[in-house]
Design a protein around this ligand. Structure first.
Ligand code: ZN
Length: 451
């Protein structure tokens, strides 16, 4: 034990301290107290594109690799997809290493765990400032090469330098206040200070990766993390609530026929389970584009009800924080609760309400050299028919593979029906919501639209 203590204090330079109050009787974290370094990294989770999260949680930390709903399946499908089905090699690179529109805010955080390369290239001709690319050696509009490295100006995270916070077990973050912490103890019926234990936890990058994993899977990530409990996994498929909360508030997607796409669903008649769907490259693009969406933007689309319960808590708590006393500015708060997609990553035919922004240089707009389709702005190259399983494994369609799949799943041919669905904004949002936590995404999201 003494040796352990010694090595911890040596490492303390790149670790931050988390002070925790534990309810001894229930073996639960009541709350943690932390400063800027820790809270900045928690908030940075909301800026991470879903594909980045899938990549980060697939690595080992102190806990083993985990899967991120069915987003991990989309990520692996892109990784396995033959190059010929994408517009360029760069398209694959963009989907597997999606850029974060707030990367300049967290890249230099002490506990940053995102290893996405952050490059941006301008024209080798210094007088030409019309184009940029995230890939080097692309051709500029003027014909020369884009190979001059652009240096980003790094910002200092999200929260005020000296602010401190109270973080509840479900990642609800509040300003540090004695009244609040007393209230949290009283609410649990803790009147005797002997019933609580104070702990000090050192948090490094490995621990942040642990926390990211736990926050996708557990309703009590801090207790699981601090007390090294086995996470109480929510049975995600069972708890899944397919209805999207804002469905009625959305304008009817039928009005915008240009943005609709057709998906043919193969469903078991006996139990309503959707086995797989077939569709064209436009639907592949929608699924692939999920990888590029910042988590916070997805939570914003779902109005803070994503079914990743503690990310919802984290998101909603930021909305309550004061931009004067806690966050660095109102503008930064607005960005955190509605992060944009990185410029050039957007689809021209996106059915979901996700926004991007323009990059400027001396107030002049910069054009991105787009490696995606010149027509649809998509990643997938048509004509392509895809097969999508219920857990969102996307592969080029083959009738023989589809029949083998039915055989493997032991489905008699007289128990299946094909249903043609138009996929608009509501259907797209339902699929996105289900993909965060479920591995029966098509069944959970599309059955409600089948009459
Ligand atoms: Zn140029």
């Amino acid at each position: 034990m003494a040796a352990g203590m010694a090595s911890e204090s040596v490492e303390q330079g790149d670790k931050v301290t988390l002070r925790v109050i534990v309810d001894k009787g229930r073996n639960q974290v009541v709350y943690a107290e932390a400063g800027k370094d820790f809270v900045d990294v928690l908030f940075s989770f909301l800026t991470l594109p879903l594909g980045t999260i899938a990549r980060l949680v697939a690595k080992e930390s102190n806990i083993e690799a985990v899967r991120f709903g069915s987003i991990s399946s989309i990520y692996e499908s892109v990784s396995d997809l033959d190059q010929q089905h994408l517009w360029s090699h760069n398209c694959k690179e963009m989907l597997l290493n999606p850029r974060n529109s707030m990367e300049d805010h967290y890249k230099h955080l002490k506990l940053n765990i995102d290893d996405t390369p952050l490059q941006l290239f301008m024209c080798e001709d210094k007088s030409c400032r019309s184009c940029v690319s995230i890939f080097s050696n692309q051709k500029c509009h003027c014909g020369k090469l884009l190979k001059t490295d652009v240096h980003l100006i790094y910002q200092k995270g999200f929260v005020k330098e000296s602010a401190t916070f109270i973080i509840q077990d479900d990642l609800n973050v509040m300003p540090n206040d004695l009244g609040t912490s007393l209230c949290l103890l009283q609410k649990r019926g803790i009147n005797n200070i002997a019933d609580i234990e104070k702990k000090m936890i050192l948090v490094g990058k490995k621990e942040v990766a642990d926390l990211l994993k736990l926050s996708l899977l557990s309703k009590t990530p801090l207790s699981d993390f601090v007390l090294k409990r086995k996470p109480i996994l929510c049975n995600l498929n069972q708890n899944f609530e397919p209805k999207i909360k804002i469905e009625n508030g959305l304008p009817s997607s039928d009005s915008d026929e240009g943005k609709q796409m057709v998906v043919k669903v193969i469903r078991r008649t006996s139990n309503g389970k959707i086995l797989f769907a077939t569709a064209e490259e436009d639907f592949a693009d929608i699924l692939f584009s999920f990888l590029t969406f910042p988590l916070g933007a997805v939570l914003q689309m779902l109005e803070g009800f994503s079914s990743i319960s503690c990310m919802d808590c984290l998101y909603r708590s930021i909305k309550e924080l004061s931009p004067d006393r806690c966050l660095r500015s109102q503008e930064l708060k607005d960005k955190l609760i509605k992060p944009d997609i990185f410029p050039n990553f957007e689809l021209r035919r996106q059915i979901l309400a996700i926004e991007t922004f323009e990059l400027t240089w001396n107030s002049q707009r910069l054009d991105f050299i787009d490696p995606k389709s010149p027509i649809s702005g998509g990643y997938a190259k048509g004509p392509l028919t895809i097969m999508v399983t219920d857990d969102l494994i996307v592969t080029p369609m083959s009738s023989i593979d589809a029949i083998s799949y039915l055989e493997r799943m032991n489905v008699p041919l007289n128990d299946i029906e094909e249903i043609v669905l138009n996929i608009g904004k509501n259907e797209g949002l339902s699929i996105l919501k289900a993909s965060l936590t479920s591995t029966s995404v098509l069944t959970n999201s599309l059955n409600q639209y089948i009459g």
